[in-house]
Design a protein around this ligand. Structure first.
Ligand SMILES: *[C@@H]1O[C@H](CO)[C@@H](O)[C@H](O)[C@H]1NC(C)=O
Ligand SMILES: *[C@@H]1O[C@H](CO)[C@@H](O)[C@H](O)[C@H]1NC(C)=O
Length: 621
């Protein structure tokens, strides 16, 4: 029951980042210096066992009835006693920390992503929908797409030449090794687990991207024969040629296959690749630096619903009758460009992660501000190569199944994106509250009001201050949050108390150390040593504590963008927010088939809650 799929996502940059304060690293720090590409950052320490177990029990306190809690407490104490199983596994982890680049990252990627069998759209790949560009026709779509491609190539050149500045968080350098991996990588489905294919570091690294329009994929070379990057106008002329070669949508949407359950897709993948032509076409998509999806126009809808539709379209393509066939969900980086000025990015998390994606998006936006470079004289370019597929009866059947399943998944997802315009992060700041804590408290309160309960909720913190570090969960709520919630609805408790209690969330984040990856590490260490899974992980409390009904994420962007992904569990929500100075952009998703959850209800309640918190901070006189 504990095997829920967990995924990481974007964390916030700059001072909004929430580093987890772990205890000082253990004595034995590995001397290997060569593993990070641009900076040397310390290795990630294994947190002390006692601290994690204590944190685990504390996280359970507000979730469990007292008898169950004491049962679990005894179990945890037994696990953690000196010389016990926990101590043995802890030793194993510390050994692992000495001999690997990072004791948890590879395990995490393997366990949370590559072994997850859930479809990538909705369940895994996060989408970021960016502010609409000022155009509304296909000609401008291609002009913007050319600029976007040039901007990404410019970013890649910076990485390759070591010009990308090392990032810092609270004065500490961050591990930069993720950046070069973003390009020419792709997730490959397998019948049991997936793997990642990377081509960016090979000696003859790829020089093409793939462009897809009307379900047809093209290999587009983006470097000239002398190795120079193509100019925007060169790329533009090539996109025009791609357009003229992809008129009709009567082609089979091969990309839909990648939206399947991973096991199903793994089998279909093997069938597909038996054919040489298919193998070559798939290989070109997988090795391409990144993909660009030129989406067809979709029906106009009301302004109110527009933001939700736009986010959903980046996330899953809008359905098999719309643009879903323009995606290859396994691809690490996919840029989506619509005809109505909408655009965004969809990324695969086994390789990519929020903060580097945010840096890339900032680069693109900066690049777009620059004036158009001068037009270089056009030399004749090779025709972009259309990728063909042989489709036999079996593959045709696989595509039909995938279409049905994707449409079911898409119809099941409710996406509610809204711009909360009453106030933004300036309000909590003015009252010395962290905007993130403020919003987190509002989310908990809103959830409580809809469901009359608290639930395990996770926010994500970056671990890139450690070598090869990825992410860690921050849990809420703690007792304090629950107390605040209860105080808030009780008129007899003074407003001041409620406010003070609310403040604890900030402290909580500051003092909290992440427990979830450590617990996972202990479990996997037991498996690694051939032991049976320790009892504490078979306990229902562990299943409950990791059933993330609320997954939250802050978009790490200076721009007015919205991030969007599906809930982690069938009866949960995913909520992303992007606080700007005077407004906050939210996206809330929930599954329609779950009767308890409703994105719209939660959105309405959240707005009311935010108004009330504002009232609390600024009582009307
Ligand atoms: C959200 O609302 C704010 C304040 O009214 C506005 O400045 C901003 O442009 C809006 N953002 C979007 C994407 O609609
Ligand atoms: C949390 O609440 C439980 C039950 O109300 C209580 O027993 C426990 O001591 C509290 N823990 C903290 C850290 O406040």
């Amino acid at each position: 029951p504990a095997a829920f799929t967990l995924r990481s996502h974007v964390t916030s940059p700059g001072q909004l980042f929430k580093p987890l304060l772990l205890s000082p690293p253990p004595q034995q720090v590995s001397q290997r210096q060569d593993v990070c590409c641009f900076s040397s950052v310390p290795s990630q320490p294994v947190p002390p066992l006692a601290l994690t177990l204590q944190g685990y029990l504390r996280a359970l306190e507000p979730l469990l009835p007292p008898e169950e809690l004491s049962h679990t407490r005894r179990m945890v104490q037994e696990f953690g006693r000196p010389g016990g199983l926990g101590a043995k596994l802890q030793e194993g982890l510390e050994r692992r920390a000495r001999h690997t680049k990072n004791w948890i990252s590879d395990w995490w990627v393997q366990w949370a992503y590559l072994e997850s069998r859930q479809p990538l759209p909705v369940h895994s790949n996060p989408a970021i929908s960016l502010p609409r560009r000022d155009y509304n026709d296909w000609r401008s779509q291609l002009v913007f797409a050319s600029k976007l491609i040039a901007a990404v190539l410019d970013f890649k050149a910076k990485i390759n030449s070591g010009q990308l500045p090392v990032e810092y968080m609270r004065g500490k350098p961050l591990c930069m090794e993720l950046y070069p991996l973003l390009f020419s990588s792709c997730r490959i489905p397998g019948p049991k687990h997936d793997y990642i294919s990377r081509h960016g570091r090979s000696r003859r690294s790829p020089t093409h991207i793939t462009v897809v329009r009307n379900y047809q994929f093209f290999q587009l070379e983006v470097y000239n024969s002398d190795g120079s990057r193509m100019t925007e106008s060169q790329i533009h002329s090539q996109l025009l040629r791609i357009r003229s070669q992809s008129w009709k949508t009567d082609k089979e949407p091969m990309g839909i296959l990648t939206s399947e359950h991973r096991h199903t897709w793994g089998q279909a993948y093997n069938r597909l690749l038996r054919d040489k032509l298919n193998k070559e076409s798939v290989r070109l998509i997988e090795t391409g630096l990144f993909s660009v999806c030129l989406d067809s126009p979709v029906m106009r809808i009301s302004d109110e619903k527009y933001a939700s539709r736009k986010a959903a379209q980046i996330l899953h393509g809008g359905g098999t009758f719309s643009n879903s066939g323009n995606r290859w969900f396994d691809k690490t980086l996919q840029f989506v460009v619509g005809e109505d000025g909408s655009w965004g990015i969809l990324y695969e998390q086994a390789t990519a992660e929020g903060p580097p994606i945010a840096t890339l998006l900032d680069h693109i936006l900066d690049y777009c501000e620059k004036p158009d470079p001068k037009r270089a004289p056009l030399v004749p370019l090779p025709m972009p190569k259309k990728l063909y597929f042989h489709i036999d009866r079996e593959i045709k059947r696989d595509i039909e199944h995938a279409k049905q399943n994707l449409d079911i998944l898409i119809n099941d997802l409710d996406v509610n994106v809204f711009n909360f315009t009453e106030f933004g992060k300036e309000l909590p700041k003015k009252h010395n509250l962290s905007p993130n804590s403020f919003i987190q408290v509002a989310l908990q309160l809103a959830y409580y009001r809809v469901h009359n309960d608290v639930c395990p909720a996770c926010d994500i913190a970056s671990q890139r201050m450690f070598r090869g570090g990825r992410t860690e969960y921050i849990r809420s709520p703690m007792n304090q949050t629950l107390r605040f919630i209860q105080a808030f609805d009780n008129p007899s408790v003074s407003v001041r108390v409620a406010m003070l209690a609310g403040n604890h969330y900030t402290d909580f984040i500051r003092i909290c150390h992440g427990i979830d990856h450590h617990l996972l590490g202990l479990k996997l260490q037991a498996i690694e040593e051939g032991l049976s899974i320790p009892k504490i992980f078979m306990d229902t409390a562990y299943g409950l504590a990791t059933h993330w009904k609320l997954r939250t994420g802050q978009v790490p962007a200076n721009t007015d963008s919205v991030m969007c992904f599906g809930p982690l569990v069938p009866d949960g929500y995913a909520i992303c927010y992007n606080p700007q100075a005077d407004h906050v952009h939210f996206s809330i998703t929930a599954f329609n088939c779950c009767e308890e959850t409703n994105a719209e209800t939660l959105a309405v309640t959240l707005k009311e809650t935010l108004y009330q918190l504002q009232e609390l901070l600024q009582p009307a006189v």
